[in-house]
Design a binder for this molecule. Structure first.
Ligand SMILES: Cc1cc2nc3c(=O)[nH]c(=O)nc-3n(C[C@H](O)[C@H](O)[C@H](O)COP(=O)(O)O)c2cc1C
Length: 325
């Protein structure tokens, strides 16, 4: 399956595993890359730039295929040392970076000089256009269905993808809500040269999360995510559990939301320790997208990718072809 994305990143299939806090470790990134997709290590999951360097080295012992690093640039009271993470990425010889959160513009000269290909993940047409303007090689367009931060425009991929495609010259990857080959074929019909998945890769054998989380996704339907932080204009789509419901109830009260009240509920470390590690899926916040409604098993990355590619081809060549007779 050759597309502009397989050519750009020198991969077999146009399937990318998006950056995922606490989940994007070498185990998952290497499994995706070994299966012919593009695995990404999540930079900020590593507590220091030095730890990221070690994680990249560890991933190299697990695959000889191309893999990349996700750099999520978010507003923070005490921001991580982004320049140092960028330095480590470049010095480690990484040639593919997924940026997200904010425009990668400040880091583009360094990436370009080092021959790093940058794919920027964004949730609106205007941000995709900006990414092209600042020199990104490709964009991932993340629709309202997606896990994590869908932005504040609430435009789903059925509209967002063709709207972005019309305005872009660089290749576009569809992200958000995808977990099957038929969805992959649909995204490609709308202009995408590949797909990016988060949630679907969390429900795989190699994902470093507790089995209870994987099983909860298999058991859930498409209505079991919720949007929190709407009142803070920093919307996040997460699994709808007891804690997420408490958060949205606090946010629904009249008046301004006091973040200090939410803090103990939403702390990243609580989600990691209670849900991802201990498997108590109701005792913290964990990120998931609407695609949980079409997740019915926990395959290996290899099984998932090869199944999706055959299903996508079959959809394009057989099912859709019958409509053109
Ligand atoms: C557990 C989890 C953690 C995530 N963390 C990040 C992150 O740190 N940075 C980022 O850019 N995207 C993050 N995402 C978003 C994914 O990279 C991807 O854009 C999104 O999951 C696509 O939507 P989907 O889940 O419907 O496939 C995360 C997603 C999940 C499921």
């Amino acid at each position: 399956m050759q597309t502009k994305i397989t050519e750009l990143f020198n991969i077999q299939y146009p399937i990318i595993q998006g950056g995922m806090m606490w989940v994007g470790l070498a185990e998952l990134a290497s499994a995706v890359s070994n299966a012919g997709g593009l695995g990404l290590i999540t930079a900020l999951t590593q507590p220091t730039p030095e730890d990221l360097k070690k994680e990249i080295e560890r991933c190299r012992t697990m695959t000889d295929k191309p893999f990349g690093v996700n750099l999520t640039i978010l507003p923070a009271i005490k921001p991580p040392p982004y320049e140092e993470y960028v330095k480590v990425i470049i010095e480690s010889g990484i040639k593919i970076v997924e940026t997200a959160g904010r425009s990668p513009e400040p880091f583009m000269p360094a990436f370009k000089e080092a021959g790093v290909k940058v794919i920027h993940k964004c949730t609106s047409v205007r941000h995709a256009i900006k990414a092209e303007k600042v020199g990104c090689d490709a964009v991932s367009v993340d629709g309202f269905e997606c896990a994590g931060h869908p932005g504040e425009d609430d435009v789903t991929n059925l509209v967002l993808l063709p709207a972005a495609f019309k305005k872009l010259s660089i290749p576009m990857v569809a992200s958000g809500g995808i977990g099957t080959g038929t969805q992959m074929a649909a995204a490609m019909a709308l202009g995408a040269e590949g797909i990016n998945m988060g949630t679907r890769f969390v429900a795989t054998q190699e994902a470093p999360v507790h089995e209870n989380m994987k099983q909860a996704m298999v058991d859930a339907d498409e209505t079991q995510t919720t949007l929190m932080f709407r009142t803070l204009k920093n919307t996040a789509r997460v699994f709808k559990n007891d804690i997420a419901t408490q958060v949205t109830e606090i946010e629904a009260r009249p008046g301004e939301t006091d973040f200090s009240e939410l803090q103990p509920l939403v702390a990243g470390v609580r989600g990691r320790e209670r849900c991802i590690e201990a498997g108590d899926i109701n005792d913290g916040i964990w990120t998931a997208g609407m695609v949980i409604g079409v997740i019915n098993d926990i395959p290996t990355c290899e099984e998932l990718i090869s199944r999706m590619v055959s299903e996508a081809k079959e959809t394009l060549q057989q099912r859709l072809a019958t409509f053109t007779d």
